[in-house]
Ligand binder design. Structure first.
Ligand code: ADP
Ligand code: MG
Length: 700
């Protein structure tokens, strides 16, 4: 262990072309101009690019790389890469390893294989990738991965990274406008920081292979509840099993080599569920890292005979998986702007930024909900274990009473930071977490950051952070517009804090978000309750949202509409695939298996009759009758589902189709599932065609 501990610092970031590598290897003037490009966005000339490319190539080859790729984040939600080898043929039949500035800066993947939502006319399938020097290149396997942005040939944005970078820039700009008014020294840059806590399931790969629903859809479409679910909560923080432990050890070291700060790992509430939390970092890096983390989770699980499920709800009736997006704002001088410090009530900068978030979340509940909308996450949000579909902010008692006292023009009387009495003198009274945990809140202030908990486990965190950054930039910009015009800053600041809270306090809720009363209360307060993706998406292209994204140059109306189309299309496609998979499993696996079981029961019954021991209420006969009737229902519901899916093919409008999926197809799927699950509990396990929940969840 000691040996390993010493190795970690050496190993950390070993496969990353990071600042220290660049500083050591690049010629001084080139390093300086690259830094300028990274920090100020200046253009890099081709000579510098050539020089960087050759240094990068030598470094990558030393690390065993033979190929390079432009690594980007198209609108599919996963990352894309097209490997090209470094080799270049020579006249004499030999090869040399080559990589130049042009190849570094620009690539041309075949854009037609990525979703564009109508942005890319088929005659113009070209798209290009452009190097993003603000993210470090890294080596994965034998490939040098160069982070890039991705756009269509006419310049329309086709990825998640470009708007994320733009939103960070707008947030920086407007946060600086505020800080400049306070004459904060040394601050030249504000970044949003993110630490996403990643939840996932690990199951045995051999069992996974036997479930077509898991293979095609990433979640189980059938499965009766096992006798033991998660009610004992004994898995949470329980000892990590050896196989999982070996997996985590390898995962850590692979992530560390890639400069990813994987920090804590523990079991989650549900059996087989785990969580990985990294140390927070700048948002675009956090977003890159989370994509790589998801990929590594899957890949390393395979090596250990496991399968990692990143779906938001792999098992009905068992907790789903999310990604808590911890978000804050940090200055280049290392100050966290959402840290209220010892005396938050006098910390005007803190209160102003806090107000900006409160206003943003209230005004743009719809956008935050949309940023986490997917067919998979619909099963999670609103089921009583994850945040509800209603957006609200948890501020905690102390901060709420501070804000209330400001709104009421009353002196704040509560104690600031009561220290926790441990009752043991030797232990100093540590600062009580003033935001004592509220696990049910979708958007919780947790001391010095906000935790947005609605993000789904399988999603890119880019979408949620594009929205967060943009809407907070919008609040800050509005504040700055007012403040820049006034002589008396101090009074104006107090006024903004007060008025913002009065206007937007309906979004603050410290109670139990899972309760029925909250649903009613939220409705009274006029908060949105967008239960499903279909409900949420129609808000996406409202006038308010188009104006917002255009005002800050994050996405144009055309780009926004194309994203809307892609989201709708994905939603409908996923449900279509699930419905088809269900039909197939019901017809080809469940029906034949249960029939065989009925046949064997029938043989038994005939035998009983032949020796005259079948009574009137013979149990075998009763079981045969029950199963036969359930099997008829299975057949009926399968046909029903087939008909609804067939009908959906006539619906050409995607919005209409999304509601049809939600209102007709999903309920039909649920009815088929209910019958199948009842069949499962009534069929001998040796006849059941695939592993049950009990086997899947307790397999590792
Ligand atoms: P928990 O939520 O389990 O209490 P922590 O509060 O320690 O755990 O942190 C959870 C996550 O929040 C970690 O990934 C951590 O890096 C991240 N985090 C902590 N501070 C910040 C910050 N200022 N900005 C963004 N993320 C942060
Ligand atoms: Mg957390």
């Amino acid at each position: 262990m000691d040996y390993i501990n010493k190795e970690i610092p050496k190993m950390f970031g070993n496969l990353v072309f990071n600042d220290s590598v660049m500083k050591n290897r690049l010629p001084k003037d080139i390093y300086r101009s690259l830094k300028k490009t990274i920090e100020e966005g200046t253009e890099l000339d081709i000579n510098s690019a050539n020089s960087i490319a050759s240094v990068m190539r030598d470094w990558a080859i030393e690390k065993g790389a033979t190929h390079f790729t432009h690594w980007f984040q198209p609108l599919t939600g996963i990352t894309a890469e097209k490997h090209e080898s470094f080799i270049a043929a020579q006249q004499d039949g030999t090869v040399i390893m080559e990589f130049n500035g042009n190849e570094l800066i620009k690539g041309e993947p075949d854009a037609s294989s990525f979703p564009s939502g109508g942005l890319r006319a088929t005659f113009e399938a070209r798209g290009y990738t452009a190097w993003d020097p603000t993210s470090y290149s890294f080596i994965k396997g034998r490939c040098l991965c160069i982070p890039t942005v991705f756009c269509s040939y006419c310049g329309n944005v086709l990825d998640k990274k470009t708007p994320l970078l733009r939103s960070m820039e707008k947030l920086n700009e407007n946060a600086l406008r505020i800080l400049n008014l306070f004459n904060v020294e040394g601050v030249t840059h504000v970044s949003s920081t993110v630490g996403p806590e990643q939840e996932y399931f690990l199951i045995d790969k051999k069992l996974f292979e036997q479930r077509e629903d898991l293979k095609f859809c990433g979640r189980t479409l059938f499965g009766a509840k096992p006798p033991k679910g998660q009610e004992m909560e004994d898995h949470y923080f329980g000892a990590i099993r050896p196989r999982v432990d070996a997996f985590m050890e390898e995962l850590d070291s692979e992530l560390w080599k890639l400069g990813i700060f994987a920090k804590t790992e523990h079991n989650e509430v549900a059996p087989s569920q785990h969580e990985l939390a990294p140390i927070f970092t700048t948002t675009n890096t956090a977003s890159d890292h989370n994509q790589i983390t998801m990929e590594m989770l899957k890949r390393i699980a395979e090596k250990h005979g496991l399968t990692c499920l990143l779906h938001e709800k792999p098992f009905a009736g068992i907790n789903g998986s999310g990604k808590h997006n911890n978000w804050s704002l940090s200055t280049n001088t290392g100050k966290n702007l959402l840290d209220g410090g010892k005396n938050p009530i006098t910390n005007k900068i803190f209160l102003l930024f806090l107000s900006a978030v409160i206003k943003a979340v209230d005004q743009h509940q719809d956008l935050l909900r949309i940023s986490v909308a997917s067919a998979g996450n619909d099963y999670r949000l609103g089921a009583n274990e994850a945040p509800p579909a209603i957006l609200s902010i948890f501020l905690g008692d102390e901060l709420t009473s501070i804000m209330e006292s400001i709104a009421d023009d009353k002196a704040y009387t509560g104690s600031v930071h009561s220290s926790m009495k441990t009752g043991v003198h030797a232990i100093p009274g540590f600062r009580k977490d003033t935001t004592d945990r509220n696990r049910t809140s979708p958007f919780a202030f947790t001391g010095n950051k906000f935790e947005f908990r609605m993000v789904g486990s399988g999603m890119s965190i880019a979408d949620a952070n594009i929205v967060l950054n943009t809407i907070v930039a919008d609040s800050l910009s509005e504040f700055a517009d007012t403040l820049e015009k006034t002589e008396d800053i101090s009074t104006a600041v107090d006024n903004i804090i007060k008025q913002t809270y009065i206007k937007h306090k309906r979004i603050v809720f410290n109670g139990n978000n899972y309760s029925e009363e909250w649903v009613l209360e939220a409705k009274k307060r006029g908060l949105l309750n967008l239960k499903t993706t279909a409900d949420a998406l129609s808000f996406f292209i409202s006038k308010k949202n188009i104006e917002l994204f255009e005002r800050y140059g994050i996405l144009s109306e055309v780009e926004l509409r194309s994203r809307y189309e892609i989201l709708l299309e994905n939603y409908c496609k996923i449900i279509n695939i699930e419905a088809l998979t269900m039909q197939q499993i019901a017809k080809r696996n469940i029906y034949p298996s249960v029939s065989r079981y009925i046949k064997s029961l029938t043989e038994l019954y005939c035998l009983k009759k032949s020796i005259d021991i079948a009574f009137e209420k013979d149990s075998t006969l009763l079981q045969i009758k029950k199963l036969t009737s359930l099997l008829d229902s299975l057949h009926f519901e399968t046909e029903n589902l087939e008909n609804t899916v067939a009908h959906s093919k006539n619906i050409k409008n995607n919005e209409e189709l999304s509601f049809y999926c939600k209102d007709i197809i999903i309920p039909s799927m649920n009815r088929l599932r209910a019958v199948a699950d009842e069949l499962e509990t009534n069929t001998a396990s040796s006849y059941w065609p695939f592993p049950t929940y009990g086997q899947l969840l307790y397999s590792v």
